[in-house]
Write a protein that binds this ligand. Structure first.
Ligand SMILES: Cc1cc2nc3c(=O)[nH]c(=O)nc-3n(C[C@H](O)[C@H](O)[C@H](O)COP(=O)(O)O)c2cc1C
Length: 334
């Protein structure tokens, strides 16, 4: 099945993942202007009591910036943007945020931590599409049953809440019955990985950690430097911080006075988004990141990160198409 037409303006088959605390309107605007879907969690837009609603202000800023860009660059239109809704009973803002996003006609709605028909209906009410994030085939089936239009398969190695399954197995199982929009998440930080996501059967790659060290990202300097200096072995998987298994930077766990090699587990009932985060330290001091951070070697504007990934993608594609040697043409003759 073809991707919905709203993806036609993409310069690369890529969606930038929403990052709790880290995603800002400036980051989203830069991502969309560079031709990939930019996104942010609605919960990142937070006002103090009695102040004007920040989510409205962010949606206005993003919408107007992208409209201006499109007027000035009709030959290079911006990609659409997405807003992430945490569909968890502890998110007390959900209903309000759905109403605001529908009013601003948000084109892409990303839902995580719960599949609910009324959230998909809110997306559809303004002409948007809903993509639900899943870690296995069972949750994928449930999400589509409840009315999601597409799926984000979160495989092993992804930053933040991550799955445990190999991307090969996960995409294969979902593609066996689902021919709608399918995104692959987990350690995609290079053009080669993006091309591989398509090769295994995903339509688009979904990348988060690649943008934590972007100039426009709201991450402390030390966090950005830990990404720049880190690699796959610096990532620790634990359920302690939010009640759900996730990937974090080892050094940030040690800096918080904990032993990253001896963390106790925690169960999902401890998850709480009413304060916007699940436990006092999660995300703010215990920093999330995925196994793909070895590809991030500098703090750069998002446009440069995307330009690098684009160049790698084109080169990898050309290299594969030009392949010669023992396996060239193997598929065709088999
Ligand atoms: C610091 C951080 C915060 C995240 N916050 C969210 C979030 O608020 N909502 C969400 O749906 N996913 C969140 N994610 C998960 C990403 O959406 C995505 O699945 C992941 O970053 C992809 O793997 P990668 O980081 O290896 O590219 C977060 C990931 C990280 C690293």
């Amino acid at each position: 099945m073809a991707l919905p037409p709203l993806f036609d303006s993409l310069a690369l088959p890529m969606v930038a993942a929403p990052l709790f605390i880290v995603s800002t309107p400036e980051l989203v605007i830069a991502q969309c202007k560079s031709g990939i879907v930019g996104s942010f969690p609605a919960l990142n837009a937070r006002e103090a009591e009695g102040e004007p609603i920040m989510l409205e202000a962010w949606l206005k800023q993003i919408t107007e910036a992208l409209e201006r860009h499109n007027q000035d660059n009709p030959d290079r239109p911006a990609a659409p943007f997405a807003v992430n809704q945490i569909v968890h009973r502890s998110n007390q803002r959900l209903e309000r945020d759905l109403e605001i996003c529908a009013r601003w006609k948000v084109p892409i709605w990303i839902t995580s931590l719960g599949a609910r028909p009324e959230v998909n209906e809110a997306a559809h009410s303004c002409g948007g599409i809903a993509l639900h994030d899943v870690i296995n085939d069972r949750f994928a089936r449930k999400a589509i049953d409840k009315g999601a239009d597409g799926l984000i398969a979160v495989a092993a190695g992804a930053g933040g809440h991550a799955g445990a399954q190999s991307p090969f197995a996960l995409i294969r199982e979902i593609r066996a019955w689902f021919d709608g929009p399918l995104l692959l998440s987990g350690a995609i930080a290079t053009g080669e990985a993006l091309l591989a996501a398509q090769a295994v059967g995903a339509d688009l790659g979904y990348a988060g950690s690649a943008f934590i060290a972007a100039r426009e990202a709201n991450a402390q300097d030390a966090y950005k430097q830990m990404i720049v200096g880190g690699g796959a072995s610096d990532i620790v998987t634990s359920s302690l911080f939010t009640g759900v298994s996730g990937n974090y930077l080892r050094q940030s766990i040690s800096n918080a006075g904990l032993d990253p090699d001896a963390l106790p587990g925690a169960d999902a009932s401890s998850m709480n988004f009413s304060e916007g985060r699940s436990k006092p330290k999660a995300w703010k001091e215990i920093w999330g990141a995925g196994q793909g951070i070895g590809a991030i070697t500098d703090v750069l504007p998002a446009a440069e990160v995307i330009a690098r990934i684009g160049a790698e993608y084109a080169a990898a594609r050309a290299r594969l198409l030009a392949v010669s040697g023992p396996f060239a043409g193997q598929g065709a003759s088999a």
